[in-house]
Design a protein around this ligand. Structure first.
Ligand code: 1CP
Length: 385
């Protein structure tokens, strides 16, 4: 176990009692916390303005800009968390992989990884050699952000090994990730080495964010829904567990609750602080059949996409796992009279789990009216069962 620095927002008592952190730790909150995947980004005019003339990955590696973009949706919507502005391919770029993010398309790689020799070329960068200096722009951006966020937690994130491998093998965005799934079976050695390498790269990226001040971490396995449960369990889950193991050891002593916060289970009564781990969330798209396996790789909470109702997801998770989700992003463009009851249904179904963090079932569509997101936050914060 490794204790976070005493100045870390969790250890210093700034964020440990927040609705978000407590929910991820399984403590039901009277007011359901809410944030949105892709809340930073193209739905916000202030983001589009800031990004003019700046390439995506350059923006991610500019600490002042990454911090400002992270803070924009928190200021505007009053959400319960910031999600660090970066991208799942940033640690690959820091590892020396030639990658660009093309506007309107996504990550594109100069050289797809298709053979064992290609994997060996990646391995020339030892993930263990990626140190504080490598992640300096990330750590600096996180520090700038948490200094502004105060009691609002920052969520760090990384791509899960399968989703990263899907991009690396295909060379860019793909629909069914066919080449990646072929490699998994056609060359098990190349596959398992590729998965171990990406796990360590993503793990190092996650760890840098948490050590610098993130109060929770989310692993995005966006494309895991293309896998059968058998393939996921055998060829993917061990690498996802490996990625999470890079942050699983990070703990903090639960501080005494600030006077304005009612005493809850997260604060020990006998004067001795309890020790907690930094909460870890695991999310995928189309992963209704994989939810239990995704929890078992070492996550505290599971993100659910819009296809599986939250009460059903909670049932599959044995009713003991905090859930996050799962407003259908398509509903954001529907009239309020349609959207509001949908959000309320999600809130009601979330009661089936020990705790619920409201989110979308996938990212905010770029054309979303930001005023609608603000209104959803107000609805969620005002809702009582
Ligand atoms: O110029 C731009 O604005 C490019 C759009 C964009 C943005 C805003 C990309 C390109 N990435 C991001 C930021 C980003 N990416 C964040 C932080 C912002 C936030 O959530 O508020 C996060 C968490 C990601 C993670 C990410 N990148 C995922 C996992 C989450 C998900 O949406 O499934 C994935 C799959 C990516 C790859 C990626 N990066 C960008 C795009 C358009 C894509 C998807 C491409 C595809 O469809 O395959």
């Amino acid at each position: 176990m490794t204790s976070l620095d005493s100045a870390h927002p969790l250890a210093a008592g700034l964020t440990a009692a927040s609705r978000l952190v407590r929910s991820y730790q399984g403590e039901h909150q009277e007011v359901t916390p809410v944030w949105f995947m892709r809340q930073a980004g193209r739905s916000l005019p202030e983001y589009r303005e800031l990004r003019v003339g700046m390439r995506m990955l350059d923006a991610c590696l500019d600490p002042a800009m990454a911090s400002e973009i992270t803070l924009q949706p928190v200021r505007r919507h009053g959400v319960d968390a910031g999600i660090f502005f970066s991208d799942i391919v940033v640690p690959l770029k820091l590892a020396g992989v030639a990658v660009e993010i093309q506007p309107g398309k996504g990550p594109v790689f100069e050289r797809p990884v298709r053979t064992l020799d290609d994997v060996k070329r990646l391995e020339e960068t030892d993930p263990a050699s990626m140190d504080d200096a490598t992640f300096a722009p990330i750590a600096e951006a996180v520090r700038l952000t948490t200094a502004e966020l105060g009691e609002t937690p920052l969520i760090g994130f990384a791509g899960a090994p399968f989703t990263l491998a899907a991009y690396l093998v295909e060379g860019g965005p793909s629909k069914d990730h066919i080449r990646a799934r072929t490699l998994m079976h056609a060359d098990p050695e190349a596959w398992s080495r590729l998965m171990a390498w990406t796990a360590d790269i993503s793990g190092a990226f996650l760890r840098a964010q948490v050590l610098a001040g993130a109060s929770a971490a989310q692993l995005f396995d966006s494309w895991a829904g293309s896998l059968s449960l058998a393939d996921y369990t055998e060829h993917v889950a061990p690498a996802s567990a490996r990625a999470l193991s890079h942050v699983r050891d990070l703990t903090y002593a639960v501080p005494v609750a600030p006077p304005h916060v009612p005493l809850q289970a997260s604060v020990r009564q006998d004067g001795e602080p309890a020790v907690r781990n930094v909460p870890l969330v695991h999310f995928g798209v189309g992963t209704g059949d994989l939810l239990k396996a995704m929890h078992e790789v070492g996550a505290d909470a599971v993100g659910v996409d819009y296809r599986t109702p939250l009460d059903e997801a909670s049932r599959r998770l044995g009713h003991v796992v905090p859930v996050q989700g799962n407003v259908d992003p398509a509903m954001l463009a529907a009239p309020w009279e349609v959207l509001a009851p949908h959000v309320e249904t999600v809130l009601r179904r979330g009661l089936d789990a020990p705790a619920h963090v409201l989110n979308l079932g996938h990212g905010v569509p770029p054309e979303t009216d930001p005023a609608v997101l603000t209104r959803v936050v107000e609805l969620v914060h005002g809702w009582r069962p």
